[in-house]
Design a protein around this ligand. Structure first.
Ligand code: NAP
Length: 626
């Protein structure tokens, strides 16, 4: 059996395009069996790591099996990785341990497994220092000939740039997750720019992608297995792959990649139909020139870091690029950490997402600077895309208190100052009445970019929307589903039934999506991302975790650029008997009474400041173990 074609690394070394992944191959017997089958099927490359705890078994299996297959040490290419617990000053100890465990004289390619250090938060300022110490160690061992090539894994574009600026030896390889659902466009460009070989892991989506309908269709067309189609999709682009299997038949099957070609149409189908639907959410243009996605994820009541991470992960996968937080939601830090952790996984950067937060009413007035800086520091994302005054009043003051207008104006001046410094890209207000809007427009230097207010068919905000139109302010909706109550409204049910047009799987949670979709310019936000419950025609749910209900606790909201066309539905629903819609929503807009009613409801529903359990660290180890 001939070996697989190679790619040329920037060190001059050749690395086979196909290697056997060994994550989860455990115990001497399983490793031996897989290596035997792989060598027989033509594999000449094996990917291990300190955290896989199989370096010794792999080394032993190779020493025994190479002669059986008429091969020598020089015929195979061995990769291993420095564990995140050894990042930094323990790097030498970690790398020497890998060399000793494998016991093959040298390692062909040694990678820093993860940019972080085990036990440190991703944002910890010690991480860059640790990365650079590890890299210097790898350079030293490379110079000694113990590591023939050195590289990195799970680095973002920013990490790559940081490394390129300081390294003496440039990385030969960047190994990251890569398959048709995660095309890593930016990272691939960065690798091309720096002459670094881009290598794929999890090409089969950890086995989940082999049953994807698009892959099945392509496989049927070209009479190949789905595994081969997924792997061919990568190698045809010159990207080396590392499929893992413990099954000799699959190991053999996955190696048959170099005797067929996928047509351009099939390549495009896989890339286009399966990739993350980022671009399918249209933006609305703000008066600052910024573009804000029409669809965003509300985060009210998402408090625990683990929940925030799960929701953000699923949302990014489903195409969301906007996230709405607030000081009073007490989740700014969690949202920031989740994004920092998860953006790279989705091939995205900070600039790809739009983050909104809000100044709490306890910081209204002269404490506004403190409040806004606190939001900036908790989110820790460099800047906030949109920052709103959450509420026109000040905590503890009656709505009619004469100090309120002064406080509002002080808060606005602060927001203007931070906007001028580039820390708040756009500024706006929330829960303002038409009168508040007029007051603000008369005194502001920078006009508000956005007014965020409750908006749904039972609360059409006609006057406020007119005011926004008059002033060129984007009217943004929250509580579009009437806090969940509207989905059971008989009129909504009726309309949903009428316009049913796809499957018969209409569930309570998807009813509102159909209704909202029927109104031009409206963008629905799913309350859950159960694969079966998400029905957003323009947004294909990406590879969502099928574990359980992911966004159960998310507060959905949507941005509305409401155009003419939904008026009939508006009228019908406004006239329809209220079905458990909160009192504030059932009232007409813009009266002080409404404001007060909402205020008291707001105070009631404000999350009780509870001690969140330390929350799962956005752990580096968790990722390295993948
Ligand atoms: N650098 C990193 O941080 C990192 C992260 C993840 C992975 N990796 C490397 O990349 C390798 C591959 O990634 P991965 O293990 O995450 O996942 P993967 O290769 O995408 O998928 C492996 C899974 O798919 C199944 N499978 C294999 N061939 C199949 C086929 N032809 N049809 C159906 N199912 C098939 C395997 O089950 P059976 O074993 O039962 O066949 C296994 O459950 C890892 O083993 C590791 O070496 C590196």
């Amino acid at each position: 059996m001939s070996s697989t074609p190679p790619v040329l690394l920037n060190t001059g070394l050749q690395m086979p395009l196909l290697g056997l992944g060994t994550y989860k191959l455990v115990g001497p017997e399983e490793v031996y069996g897989a290596v035997d089958a792989a060598l027989g099927a033509g594999y000449r490359s094996f990917d291990s790591a300190a955290v896989y705890r199989n370096e010794a078994d792999l080394g032993r299996a190779l020493k025994e099996l190479l002669p059986k297959h008429g091969l020598t040490r020089e015929d195979v290419f061995i990769t291993s990785k420095l564990g995140p617990k050894d990042q930094g000053k323990k790097a030498m100890e970690g790398a020497l341990r890998s060399l000793s465990q494998l016991d093959l004289g040298y390692i062909d390619l040694y990678l820093i497994h993860w940019p972080g250090t085990q036990g440190l938060d991703v944002a910890d300022q010690r991480n860059p220092g640790h990365r650079s110490q590890s890299w210097a160690t790898l350079e030293e061992l490379h110079a000694q000939g113990k590591l023939k090539a050195i590289g990195v894994s799970n680095y973002t574009a920013a990490h790559m740039r940081e490394l390129m600026q300081s390294c003496k030896v440039p990385p030969a390889v960047l190994q990251v997750e890569f398959h048709p659902k995660l095309c890593q466009t930016e990272l691939r460009k960065v690798c091309e720019e720096y002459g670094v070989c881009f290598q794929a892991y999890s090409s089969l989506g950890k086995g989940e992608l082999v049953t994807d309908p698009v892959v099945l269709e392509v496989a049927k067309n070209c009479e190949r297995t789905t595994g081969q189609v997924l792997l061919r999709w990568a190698v045809q682009q010159g990207v080396p792959v590392l499929p893992k299997s413990s099954n000799p038949e699959r190991i053999k099957d996955n190696a048959r990649l170099f005797d067929f070609t996928l047509s351009d149409t099939d390549m495009d189908r896989l890339s286009d139909q399966m990739s993350s639907p980022a671009s399918s959410i249209p933006p609305v243009l703000l008066n600052t020139g910024l573009q804000m996605p029409l669809l965003g994820l509300g985060t009210y009541k998402l408090v625990v870091l683990e929940d925030v991470c799960r929701a953000v992960d699923a949302a990014l996968g489903a195409g969301y690029r906007a996230f709405d937080s607030a000081a009073v939601y007490r989740n700014e830090a969690e949202l920031g950490r989740a994004l920092k952790e998860l953006l790279p996984k989705h091939g995205l950067t900070r600039e790809d997402v739009f983050i909104t937060s809000k100044l709490g009413s306890s910081h209204q007035g002269e404490k506004a600077m403190e409040g806004a800086l606190q939001s900036l520091s908790l989110l820790d994302l460099g800047y906030i895309d949109l920052y709103l005054i959450h509420w026109p009043g000040t905590e503890g003051l009656h709505v009619a208190d004469q100090r309120n207008p002064v406080h509002r104006s002080q808060s606005w001046a602060t927001l203007e100052e931070l906007h001028a410094q580039g820390k708040l890209k756009a500024i706006g207000v929330s829960n303002y009445t038409a009168a508040h809007m007029r007051e603000l427009m008369q005194s502001c230097k920078v006009p508000p970019a956005v007014l965020q207010a409750e908006f749904h068919p039972k609360f059409c905000q006609t006057e406020l929307r007119k005011v926004c139109e008059e002033y060129g302010v984007c009217f943004q909706a929250y509580s579009s589903l009437g806090k969940g109550n509207l989905v059971a409204d008989p009129v909504v049910l009726e309309v949903a039934k009428n316009c049913e047009r796809t499957t018969g799987q209409i569930r309570v949670n998807s009813l509102h999506l159909i209704v909202l979709e029927s109104q031009p310019g409206w963008q629905p936000i799913p309350q859950t991302v159960w694969k079966s419950q998400v029905y957003v025609p323009s947004i294909r749910p990406a590879m969502l975790s099928n574990s359980s209900l992911i966004l159960r606790s998310c507060r959905p909201y949507f941005f509305a650029a409401h155009k003419a066309g939904g008026a009939d539905l508006d009228r019908t629903l406004n006239g329809a008997p209220s079905v458990g819609v909160p009192a504030s929503s059932a009232k007409s807009s813009s009266s002080l009474e409404t404001v007060e009613a909402w205020d008291s409801e707001f105070s009631r529903s404000r999350p009780v400041p509870k001690k969140t359990k330390a929350g799962p660290k956005v752990s580096t180890a968790r990722h390295a173990e993948r």
